[in-house]
Design a protein. Structure first.
Length: 209
């Protein structure tokens, strides 16, 4: 199997889409599918699908197609969802609450185990079954619980400073929902999420239909 550094960003971003599609097929008790049939479901070419999957190994058989259970399991392993990740949320506002409550995130192997804020009115209250703690306690929590990922749902003026602290505390990845692009040491995985970008792309599609 090739290392992640040898795989393009575009291919990596398509993997969750494969997983969603395969999950739907599994729920319908479909056992196998050809690259052509999969391409029709995913609006990709069969050639593109074969190229994407070949980055990680050989999964299909000529004349048979892909075993859906095996391919689903393989992509889950590639994405690390079988290993499971411990996540904390920094910021207990609307976005932080939504992430903490999300079953879809949990079902993909990302388990939110802590949420932190500096709002005195929120400290000690709970979201789901997780108690909101003061941000001052996050360093010890990360070290004690071996946290992998911090989701940042805080104002942009606070984000860079908090992100740098997370790195010094041992966080491996940052899921950033603020309105700035984080740039940190290369060994830190960062996913910058801009919801406004997505809706602007939607606007472009509407205007150009």
């Amino acid at each position: 199997m090739n290392s992640r550094k040898e795989v393009s960003e575009a291919v990596i971003r398509r993997l969750p889409k494969y997983l969603r599609c395969l999950g739907e097929l599994k729920s319908k008790k479909v056992l196998r599918i050809s690259s052509k049939e999969l391409s029709e479901r995913m609006s990709l070419t069969a050639s593109q699908i074969r190229q994407d999957l070949s980055c990680f190994g050989e999964f299909g058989q000529q004349g048979y197609g892909y075993n859906i259970e095996y391919l689903n399991e393989s992509i889950s392993k590639i994405l690390g969802t079988y290993n499971g990740f411990k996540v904390i949320v920094i910021g207990a506002g609307n976005m932080g609450t939504a992430i903490t409550k999300s079953d879809r995130i949990k079902n993909r192997g990302f388990n939110v185990v802590g949420i932190f804020d500096n709002n005195k009115d929120l400290i000690g209250t709970t979201i789901g079954n997780i108690k909101i703690q003061h941000i001052d306690k996050v360093k010890e929590f990360i070290k004690s619980n071996k946290i992998d990922i911090a989701a940042l749902t805080i104002p942009k003026e606070q984000t860079e400073k908090i992100a740098e602290k997370m790195v010094t505390y041992g966080i491996k990845g940052l899921w950033n929902f603020s309105a700035i692009e984080l740039k940190l040491p290369e060994h830190i995985a960062i996913e910058n999420v801009h919801l406004s970008d997505s809706i602007m792309v939607l606007g472009y599609k509407i205007n150009n239909e």
